[in-house]
Structure formats: structure tokens, C-alpha cells
Design a protein around this ligand. Structure first.
Ligand code: TYM
Length: 333
């Protein structure tokens, strides 16, 4: 497809130095595909967003940001084609966040499912940071500064993307402008990829510690897959399996070219879980081997240079949007 310079923006938090396969399937894999189709990519590390849960132990965020950038590049993002940058290096994200925060109804934010979940985890208003409620407002600023055609993310981000378009349209209405066109949600069509299960069949997530990481070694991957959740009623080798509910079969579906045969044999009790696991280990390691090799070649210094260049490119676009925003609002630009 010739995309005619269509722009894409997306990002990941820097809460860990390692991206997991859920991050890859839900988002990063699509970023690389879109880049290779000729879209103009803005790929961000959302270090400020990490602070909503890490303000008391923020010391690792810088290091995490470098490591995540390595995962981006190892997965196939090409810094010559795509702007890879750190959110906090482009201060316009903070300015637009502040302006949007003045015109976003509190009710929209209080109703966000991710806010309700996180709030329930934190005990008491004394411990709940102000920034948590505003999380989707900052995310909206990240997106709308670039006025993208689409935002590629996993299923869990859909509520945030909805608020983002609502805020953009509200801004347009209030200030009688068309600065912010609506953007598309680019969520993988395959639900397994849009919400990749973890080793325990809950959603793969840093906070559940149930993930396989892009940068894990082949041995670490094997060890993890050997402990993965399988059909609980499949005890003997010839008991029938239920591949839809088995983490190993889910990964086979994503990474093994022979998954349909493997699933059918599992369903009919023609194969045992250990065979599934061995073939799954092989398929996952085979798929990620080139990325892991590429990652090992990346030095911190080179990554920092890439991030500086990426921020320069991002700033050009972000500054131009901010001039229009200030003018539309009647502020002195
Ligand atoms: P974060 O850091 O939680 O996740 C990064 C991306 O990975 C996707 N993802 C998954 N996809 C499929 N299966 C899973 N198990 C899985 N786990 C995570 C997420 O959907 C996401 O696409 N708020 C964002 C970061 C952000 C952002 C933005 C995204 C900040 N500003 C602007 C897009 C545009 C977040 O917390 O993602």
C-alpha cells in the first residue's frame, strides 16, 4: 500500500527494562509492519507515564527507556525511517496535557476502566496520585500532537483511545477549529494477538510476572514454557486437550506454521503436553532468534544518539501543532 505519508504514533511505558511478547504482538509487530508499508512512524517510550506507578522508585526509568529502545530496534524499527523518541524529551507533550486538562470533564476520566482498576489496587486517597486520573489526558496529548492517521496498540488501550478522540473533538468544538481529525485504532484483528495470554492464561502483563520477554535467552524461554498452563483435564497423553484454553497452544497458534495440525492432534488426544511444549519452545525461539542476536549488538551510546535524532524529528511536528493550538485558543503563540 502506498500510504501517502500517513502518520502513526504509539508508545509503551518504561516500567520494566524488558518488553514481553504481549507488547510485541499487540503493538510493536504492527509498528514494524506499518513502517515497512511506508507509514511515517513516531514510536515513543512513555517515561512520564511510568511515573503513575513508579514515582517512589523512579531511578530505573532512564535505564528502562534505553533497554526498551533496544527492543524496538531489535524487532525491526529502523531509526533511519522511524522517529524513535522519549516522551519527556519533547516538552510539548506536557504543555498540551496541561491545556487538555483544563477542558476534559472529570466524569470521563473517573469512568475509565483502567483508572478504576488501578485505584482499587491503591489504598486510600492519600496514596492516589493526581497524575493517575489524568493518565488518559497525557496519552491523548501524546497522540494528538502528531495528528496521526492511526494508533497501533493492544486491546487494553481501547478505552484510552476513545477518550482521546473525544477530547480532540471537544477541543475542535470549543475553539471552532478542525485541528484534530479523529484517528483510527489499529488493534490486531486476531484476538489472540490483541490480548496475548500469559503463561498462566491471564493477560500477559508485567504486573502479573507471567510473560516471556523479547530479550529472554532460549534457555529462559524454554524454562518458562515448561511451566505454562495447559488443559487441566488433560492428564494422560491421550486425553483430549482444549487448545483455546491452553497457553502453549495459544503460542503455537501465533508462532508455529503447523499450528492447525498441532491443535487438531491436541484436540483428539493424539499428542501429549510435553510434545506441545517442546514444539512451542522451538517455534518461539526460532521466531525471536534474529531479534535477540540483533539486540546483543546494540550499544547504549548508539541508542542515545538515535533517541536524540528521534526527539528532534518529533519536536518539529509537535511544535507546529502547538502553534496552531495556542492560536485557536486565543493565547499568544
Ligand atoms: P503499555 O506500556 O501497558 O503497553 C504497551 C503496548 O503493549 C500492548 N499490550 C498488549 N497487547 C496484547 N497482549 C497483551 N497481553 C498486552 N500487554 C500490553 C498495549 O496494548 C500497548 O499497546 N498507555 C500505554 C502507553 C502509551 C501510549 C501513548 C500508547 C502512552 N502514550 C500513546 C499509544 C499512544 C500503555 O500503558 O501501554
Amino acid at each position: 500500500m502506498n500510504s501517502d505519508n500517513k502518520r502513526i504514533l504509539s508508545g509503551m511505558r518504561a516500567t520494566s527494562p524488558k518488553l514481553h511478547l504481549g507488547n510485541y504482538e499487540g503493538a510493536l509487530r504492527n509498528w514494524v509492519d506499518l513502517q515497512n508499508k511506508g507509514y511515517e512512524m513516531f514510536c515513543m517510550v512513555a517515561d512520564w507515564h511510568s511515573l503513575t506507578t513508579m514515582s517512589e522508585n523512579s531511578g530505573e526509568i532512564g535505564h528502562n527507556s534505553i533497554e526498551i529502545t533496544k527492543d524496538y530496534i531489535a524487532a525491526g524499527l529502523n531509526p533511519e525511517k522511524s522517529a524513535i523518541f522519549i516522551q519527556s524529551h519533547v516538552k510539548e507533550h506536557a504543555e498540551l496535557h496541561l491545556l487538555f486538562s483544563m477542558m476534559t470533564p472529570l466524569g470521563w476520566l473517573e469512568r475509565t476502566p483502567t483508572y478504576k482498576e488501578k485505584k482499587a489496587e491503591i489504598e486510600g486517597a492519600e496514596r492516589e496520585p493526581y497524575g493517575l486520573l489524568g493518565y488518559p489526558v497525557l496519552q491523548t496529548s501524546d497522540i494528538l500532537l502528531y495528528r496521526p492517521y492511526g494508533v497501533p496498540v493492544g486491546r487494553d488501550q481501547a478505552p484510552h483511545l476513545e477518550i482521546g478522540n473525544d477530547i480532540g473533538q471537544r477541543f475542535n468544538r470549543l475553539y471552532k477549529t478542525e485541528i484534530f481529525p479523529t484517528y483510527k485504532y489499529l488493534i490486531p484483528e486476531d484476538e489472540t494477538r490483541a490480548k496475548l495470554p500469559g503463561l498462566d492464561m491471564r493477560k500477559m502483563s508485567k504486573s502479573y510476572d507471567n510473560g516471556i520477554n523479547l530479550s529472554d535467552t532460549a534457555e529462559e524461554t524454554a524454562k518458562k514454557i515448561k511451566t505454562a498452563y495447559t488443559t487441566p483435564t488433560k492428564i494422560k497423553m491421550d486425553d483430549p486437550g482444549i487448545p483455546e484454553g491452553c497457553a502453549v497452544c495459544q503460542y503455537l497458534k501465533v508462532y508455529s506454521p503447523d499450528w492447525q495440525t498441532q491443535w487438531e492432534e491436541d484436540r483428539q488426544g493424539l499428542r501429549g503436553c510435553s510434545k506441545n511444549k517442546n514444539e512451542c519452545i522451538e517455534a518461539v525461539n526460532e521466531y525471536f532468534r534474529p531479534m535477540r542476536e540483533r539486540r546483543a549488538q546494540l550499544a547504549d551510546g548508539d541508542v542515545l544518539e538515535i533517541l536524540n535524532k528521534g526527539a528532534e524529528r518529533a519536536r518539529e511536528v509537535a511544535c507546529a501543532t502547538m502553534v496552531e493550538v495556542r492560536v485557536a485558543m486565543g493565547l499568544l503563540a
